[in-house]
Design a protein. Structure first.
Length: 106
């Protein structure tokens, strides 16, 4: 519940996903409107993670931690300050610099 609603765009396939956290996990039945991404003010845009599918494969195999991917611009987070902090924390926890996450099954 600490996470905000957010979208993920995988750039190679132009695949969008929407994630709405609930107390029992992400809501599999939610049907959001298309993401708002063109507003000038970040507060008026939806939170979006833009990621390469190649990077996701490396995350899942434990070969690429979030910090390294972000440092090489393989993942971008477009969000207000609080949303960015929450989403960065989620990714850093799921894909740590050392070892594998206890939250991700591969």
């Amino acid at each position: 519940m600490a996470l905000p609603d957010f979208f993920i765009l995988m750039i190679e396939s132009r695949t969008w996903g929407f994630f709405h956290p609930t107390s029992t996990g992400f809501d599999p039945d939610c049907r959001p409107d298309p993401p708002r991404v063109t507003a000038e003010d970040v507060v008026d845009r939806d939170r979006v993670i833009i990621v390469s599918e190649t990077a996701v494969r490396q995350f899942l195999s434990g070969k690429l931690p979030f910090e390294d991917a972000a440092g090489h611009n393989l993942i971008m987070i477009d969000a207000d300050r609080e949303g960015r902090k929450a989403l960065e924390s989620m990714w850093e926890t799921a894909y740590p610099k050392v070892g594998l996450s206890r939250f991700i099954c591969t």
